[in-house]
Design a protein. Sequence first.
Length: 67
Amino acid sequence: MPQRNIYSWNIIIGEFSRSNFPEKSVELFLQMRNSYVRPDAFTFPLVLRACAGSGKYGEAVWFMGCV
């Protein structure tokens, strides 16, 4: 996609968090933050689901601090 907005990021992050690739979901969240797109109320639950799916509870605590 030439220009990604919060809606496209949420769709991609959500699909990876529901699939067998939760680590990719977290990686995409970090890329989103680096592209200066601000997460919204839908983004954080998707990323927290990915953290729970991958067992990365330390990252989950960091994301909770962002909320």
